[in-house]
Design a protein around this ligand. Structure first.
Ligand code: FAD
Length: 479
């Protein structure tokens, strides 16, 4: 009896739980990937870097599997049709896949599983994407955690060496697809070439390896440097975690080897903490799937967001990086130009949309979802709800980011701002965070005039803050 391993967001051939498990059971193992029309057809842009990333990662995965005597079957279509069809053609007894926590993926897997069962084929899913999931981390009363700090404490307590052991298994053998099998070109999938490589993104397991090796050399400085977008302080591994070209268990074991669980290496410990955030948001989405549409804290659904023409204009200005707040604008230009945005800037720009412009966080969430190369529903939704104060956070809503103070603190010399807003390069350092504070003479002197070379600020932060406090007051007295 053979097994079909269905690859989804786990594009690697090592430390892959479903593949390891299939091989461990001593079977003949077929490997497949489906370009899923349910995901691809609604994508607004044909030059989507993520499709390019997936495709190039598949080429590498196929080569790696062929080296081991196997290879990839690649299909393009609807999962509930194509997977059972392929399973039937190959005559397998079971389909194995790694678990996905997104509501749409869960619905898809339920449909595929039902169709397989109808044909007498089993479907099994495995924990691979998260380190700990399901009921593995619960409160003492057996409920899911809803606040990060106690979750992390329980997560660390629950973690054992087994949790970061590679998911390998080598008894079975890989089956080779017929020679004509190959990964389709972007054009065949209805997509166009992108600037992915030109921007320096290297897809596949090899790209992940390069980033990881580079980051491990500076992990001890992560805690000091991670909040400064002008520095190379973070790992940039998010796109690889998104598509599984690196295993989360390997990252956890590397962080632990670097001292994350011992006193003295705060860089590694802080980075491990970020990986725990990732598990936390997977758990939240899995256990509270309504967050994909509504506020995690239901009282926040009563907040009335700005609507109408001025709000539409403000939203467009935010999307295009023309709010007049340099750090917010530089952040949005980074997103629009590269598909990446530094974590500190995701927090600043998300807070700006919901708390300075009074626009529904779901609109920003959707914009990020369309643009981020590393878009992940769980982390993106968690981050947006955190910024809008409607999510899993112990901070009260009246803690509102001041975009100018954030800028002074995290981009003190305006280095990041000038990288993405070259039109501000001549603005003196003391005005780079709030150019509108320049007198007309100072504007003339540096050649940057407000309303000409750079937009006037869309809102006054203090006034906006006041409006937000009023807007959020409904939360205290739910209707
Ligand atoms: P590093 O600092 O090197 O962190 C390592 C890894 O830890 C990341 O790759 C990521 O997998 C995980 N991680 C770090 N921070 C978080 C976090 N807050 N929540 C969950 N996981 C985290 N991350 C995404 O992967 N996809 C998203 O769509 C996404 N949207 C976000 C939206 C908002 C509004 C905010 C505030 C944060 C969002 N994040 C998202 C989390 C975080 O900003 C990115 O994971 C991080 O910037 C990626 O860069 P890195 O790989 O260099 O991170």
């Amino acid at each position: 009896d053979s097994i079909l391993v269905w690859f989804r967001r786990d594009l690697r051939d090592s430390d892959h739980v479903a593949l390891g498990e299939a091989l461990r059971r001593g079977r003949r193992v077929h490997c497949a990937f489906l370009f899923d029309r349910e995901i691809l057809d609604p994508l607004p842009r044909r030059d989507d870097r993520r499709v390019d990333f997936i495709r190039q990662s598949l080429l590498e995965l196929d080569t790696a599997l062929r080296r081991r005597g196997g290879g990839l079957w690649v299909r393009h279509g609807w999962a509930a049709e194509e997977i059972p069809k392929l399973a039937g053609e190959l005559g397998v007894a079971a389909v194995f896949a790694n678990r996905d926590y997104e509501p749409q993926a869960k619905r898809r897997d339920a449909a595929v599983s039902a169709a397989l069962h109808a044909g007498g084929i089993a479907f099994e899913s495995f924990k691979d994407q998260a380190v700990l999931d399901g009921d593995e981390v619960l409160t003492q009363s057996g409920r899911p955690f809803t606040v990060f700090s106690p979750y992390k404490k329980a997560w660390l307590k629950r973690l054992t060496e087994d949790d970061w052991q590679p998911g390998e298994g080598e008894i079975g053998t890989l089956a080779t697809p017929p020679g004509a099998q190959r990964v389709p070109a972007l054009a065949e999938l209805g997509f166009a070439a992108t600037d992915l490589r030109a921007l320096g993104f290297v897809p596949g397991m090899s790209g992940a390896r390069q980033l990881l090796d580079d980051f491990l050399g500076r992990i001890s400085r992560y805690r000091q440097q991670r909040d400064f977008p002008a520095l190379k302080g973070v790992s940039y591994l998010s796109i690889h975690l998104r598509f599984g070209t690196v295993s989360i268990r390997e990252l956890v074991s590397r962080a632990i080897a670097a001292g994350a669980l011992r006193a003295g290496n705060e860089g590694a410990a802080t980075w491990l903490s970020e990986l725990v955030w990732r598990d936390f948001y997977f758990m939240i989405l899995d256990r509270f799937p309504y967050v994909a549409e509504r506020a995690f804290k239901p009282a926040y659904d009563a907040v009335a967001w700005e609507q109408g023409a001025p709000a539409e204009e403000a939203f467009a200005a935010w999307c295009e990086g023309r709010t007049g707040y340099p750090l917010v604008d530089a952040a949005m230009r980074q997103l629009n130009g590269t598909g990446y945005m530094h974590n500190r800037l995701r927090m600043v720009s998300a807070s700006f949309l919901s708390k300075d412009l009074g626009i529904d966080w779901r609109r920003g969430e959707a914009y990020f979802a369309a643009r981020l190369n590393d878009f992940d529903l769980a982390a993106n939704n968690g981050g947006w709800q955190w910024a809008a104060s409607s999510g899993c956070d112990a901070q009260p809503y009246f803690r509102i980011f001041n975009p100018v103070l954030q800028s002074e603190r995290f981009d003190p010399a305006g280095k990041f701002i000038r990288r993405y807003l070259p039109e501000l390069s001549a603005v003196p350092d003391r005005f780079i965070h709030a150019p509108w504070r320049m007198s007309p003479a100072e504007q003339e002197a540096c050649g940057v005039r407000i309303g000409r070379e750079t937009p006037a600020p869309l809102v006054d932060h203090q006034q906006a803050r006041q409006l937000t406090l009023e807007r959020y007051a409904v939360v205290k007295s739910p209707a």
